[in-house]
Design a protein around this ligand. Structure first.
Ligand code: NDP
Length: 305
């Protein structure tokens, strides 16, 4: 099967490598950076000139783009997928975006006879490289079964969650929880640190206590404990995801109190110039507001200032 793959960033490139490694003939294109496309071409992929060309030549196209605007541009813009779409072709969009954009893309490609699956992912860059992502799929269940072997080259848990758009909904809910858990941990650990607790001790005890969150394992060692924030998952992408949650709540006319507050902390961290760092930098900023740090490798380990 010929598979188009568009969006070769922190997630897309390792995912695309797995698809190539599984023996699929992969077609890609260049946006601004040529290097990732060339890296994939060295493994056997073919570089074409535009998304439309990719759609014309592939049976299934996968997109892993930053957000709504890039998804719409790639699918519906000048030289976009729509111009190469025809009956029988399938788009699997793995971007974290809104259900609304996904449904707009589905309607346009559907008129050309194409079909769409909405399949955002969770697990980060390591899981992308190892093929152990969770993939939450919205769309026709039979179509999912047809492309399941392709998705299983990238993900360990490929779950059907409803109609097109529901994948995006489930992903946004996950992101809101992940961000709130991260900031809850930062605020509470900062309190502990200011009261003299060692963040390492807090981690050891709370990981088997009721305050536990997986965010502790994912973002204390390797990030907050070391005070290093190389992404990982970029802070500005989490800010975008939280704003998707806030926008969705506004569209439904419902409150989203903790999510909105979390969005403000991420916004402040981004304004402070940390948007390109790992999203755990927002926890560092929040702890810093209390004059604390969660770093464990120096004498600063419990208090700052
Ligand atoms: P990156 O910013 O690293 O990569 C985005 C990619 O999209 C780049 O290859 C970029 O190309 C390409 N791109 C941007 N705009 C366009 C366009 N208009 N047309 C074609 N290509 C375009 O993002 P990530 O890979 O980190 O994230 C991708 C998606 O996955 C996001 O929705 C994110 O929220 C989600 N996600 C990310 C995770 C992570 O840990 N990073 C984890 C789970 C989900 P170029 O650089 O050349 O502009």
């Amino acid at each position: 099967m010929k598979v188009g793959f568009i969006g070769l960033g922190a997630m897309g490139l390792p995912m695309a490598k797995r698809v190539v490694g599984a023996g699929y003939q992969v077609l890609t294109t260049v946006h601004r950076n040529r290097a990732p496309a060339e890296e994939l071409a060295n493994l056997g992929a073919q570089i074409l000139s535009t998304p439309a060309e990719v759609a014309r030549n592939a049976e299934t196209v996968i997109t892993v783009l930053p957000a709504d605007a890039e998804l719409k541009e790639t699918a519906l813009g000048r030289d976009g997928l729509l111009h190469g779409f025809a009956a029988g072709k399938v788009l699997i969009d793995m971007t974290t975006a809104t259900a609304f954009s996904m449904q707009e893309v589905e309607a346009a490609l559907g008129k050309a006879g194409g079909r769409v699956l909405d399949a955002p992912v969770s697990g980060g860059t390591l899981a992308a490289a190892n093929g152990t992502l969770t993939i939450m799929v919205g769309g026709d269940a039979e179509l999912l079964e047809q492309v399941r072997p392709l998705l299983e080259t990238m993900g360990k848990n490929v779950l059907h969650v409803g109609s097109v758009g529901q994948g995006k909904v489930v992903k946004i809910v996950n992101q809101a929880m992940a961000a709130i858990h991260l900031l809850a941990m930062a605020e509470a650990f900062a309190l502990g640190a200011k009261c003299g607790a060692d963040p390492n001790v807090l981690y050891e005890v709370i990981k088997t206590s009721s305050g536990y969150s997986k965010m502790m394992d994912l973002r204390l060692p390797g990030f907050l404990f070391e005070g290093t924030f190389k992404p990982g998952f970029k802070l500005d992408l989490m800010k975008k995801d939280l704003n998707l949650a806030v926008d969705s709540a506004q569209a439904k006319g419902i409150p989203l109190m903790f999510g909105s507050l979390a969005a403000q902390v991420f916004s402040a961290a981004s304004t402070a110039g940390r948007g390109g760092e790992d999203f755990s930098a927002a926890a560092d900023l929040l702890a810093g507001l209390a004059g604390a740090t969660l770093e464990c490798h120096s004498e600063r380990s419990t208090q700052r200032g």
